[in-house]
Write a protein that binds this ligand. Structure first.
Ligand SMILES: Nc1ncnc2c1ncn2[C@@H]1O[C@H](COP(=O)(O)OP(=O)(O)OP(=O)(O)O)[C@@H](O)[C@H]1O
Ligand SMILES: [Mg+2]
Length: 287
C-alpha cells in the first residue's frame, strides 16, 4: 500500500530536482524535510546538500534531531514533508502522477544497500564472527546490479575489509571477544561491504572508553579521504575540525548554521552556536 505524502507542488519540485542531476556518486540532497513524533516536530524543515565525496559533520545538543535526520536519509524514518534524493533519485518515494508515493518494502531495502550506517552501539550479530558479520551482507543482500558473491568471494572481500580496519587477524573472533573499538571497526567494515555511496555515522565513538576512541576515528579519517560521502554525527569536536568539509550545527530541529570548520568553530555567526560551543569545547581545545 503506497502513501502519498506531498501535495502536488512538492512532487513537482522533487521531480525538477531529480531530473536536473547527472549521474554522480554520493550526492545527498535534503530538501525542506519535516518530521514529527506525535505533537512534537523534531525536524522543522531541514535542507542540506552534501557533495559526492564530501564529509559533513553534524553537531548539536541532545534532542536536537541529529539521529532522526540521519535515519530519514536511509528511510528508517519516514519524512512528513520534504524529500531526500541521492544522486538524483528520491529516497523512499517515487513520483507518480503529481504525487509522491512510498516505494515498496523490497525497493526500500534495495535503496538501503547503497547507504551504510554505523551506530553508537555497533549492532553486530553476537553469534557471528567478525568475518561473518562483514560477509553476511554481500552474501545475503547484494547491491543492486551486482552479482551475489559466492561464499569464497565474500570471504576474500571480508578479509580485505577487515584488513582495511586493521583487524584481519581477528577475523574469527566473536563480538564478545573484541574490545568496543574493535567491534566498531568491524561494524565499519560491515558497512563498507556493500560498497555504499554514502556512509552515515551516529556517534560512532560515544560508547567507547576514551583510549579506544582514536582507533575508530583513524579508520573514519581514512574513509574521509577515500571518496565515499560521509555524514557523521559526533561530539568529537577536534575530529570534526580535522575531517569535515562542512560542519552543520543543529538545534531544536533546525540547522542553525553550517560552514567550514573554520567558520563554525572560530567565527560562528549565531548566538545559539556560540553558546553550544562554549559548553562543549574544553578550554584546552586548540583551534
Ligand atoms: N521514535 C521516536 N518516538 C518519539 N519521539 C522520538 C523518537 N525518536 C526521537 N524522538 C524525539 O525526537 C527528538 C530528537 O531526537 P534525536 O534522537 O533525533 O536527537 P539527537 O539530536 O540525536 O539527540 P542525542 O544527541 O541525545 O542523540 C527528541 O526529543 C526525541 O525524544
Ligand atoms: Mg542521537
Amino acid at each position: 500500500m503506497s502513501t502519498s505524502v506531498l501535495p502536488a507542488a512538492g512532487a513537482h519540485e522533487a521531480l525538477e530536482t531529480t531530473a536536473a542531476r547527472e549521474a554522480t556518486r554520493g550526492l545527498v540532497e535534503i530538501t525542506k524535510v519535516r518530521k514529527s513524533f506525535g505533537a512534537t516536530e523534531v525536524l522543522e524543515g531541514i535542507s542540506l546538500t552534501v557533495e559526492p565525496g564530501g564529509v559533513a559533520v553534524i553537531v548539536g545538543p541532545s534532542g536536537s534531531g541529529k539521529s532522526t535526520l540521519l535515519r530519514t536519509i536511509n528511510h528508517l524514518e519516514k519524512v512528513d514533508a520534504g524529500f531526500i534524493a541521492i544522486d538524483g533519485t528520491l529516497v523512499g518515494y517515487e513520483v507518480r502522477g503529481r504525487r509522491l508515493h512510498e516505494l515498496r518494502e523490497k525497493e526500500i531495502l534495495r535503496q538501503r544497500t547503497e547507504i551504510g550506517m554505523v551506530f553508537q552501539n555497533f549492532n553486530l550479530f553476537p553469534h557471528l564472527t567478525a568475518l561473518e558479520n562483514v560477509t553476511e551482507a554481500p552474501v545475503v543482500a547484494p547491491r543492486a546490479g551486482k552479482p551475489r558473491l559466492s561464499k569464497a568471494e565474500a570471504r576474500e572481500r571480508g578479509l580485505e575489509l577487515l584488513d582495511r580496519v586493521g583487524l584481519k587477524d581477528r577475523a574469527g573472533a566473536y563480538p564478545r571477544q573484541l574490545s568496543g573499538g574493535q567491534q566498531q571497526r568491524v561494524a565499519i567494515a560491515r558497512a563498507l561491504a556493500l560498497d555504499p555511496k554514502i556512509l552515515l555515522f551516529d556517534e560512532p565513538t560515544s560508547a567507547l572508553d576514551p583510549e579506544l576512541v582514536n582507533e575508530v576515528l583513524d579508520v573514519i579519517r581514512e574513509l574521509a579521504n577515500s571518496g565515499t560521502t560521509l555524514i557523521i554525527v559526533t561530539h568529537e569536536m577536534g575530529f570534526a575540525r580535522d575531517v569535515a568539509d562542512t560542519v552543520v550545527f543543529m538545534d531544536q530541529g533546525q540547522i542553525v548554521e553550517q560552514g567550514t570548520p573554520e567558520q563554525i568553530f572560530t567565527n560562528p555567526q549565531e548566538d545559539r552556536t556560540r553558546s553550544f560551543f562554549s559548553k562543549v569545547i574544553e578550554p584546552a581545545f586548540n583551534i
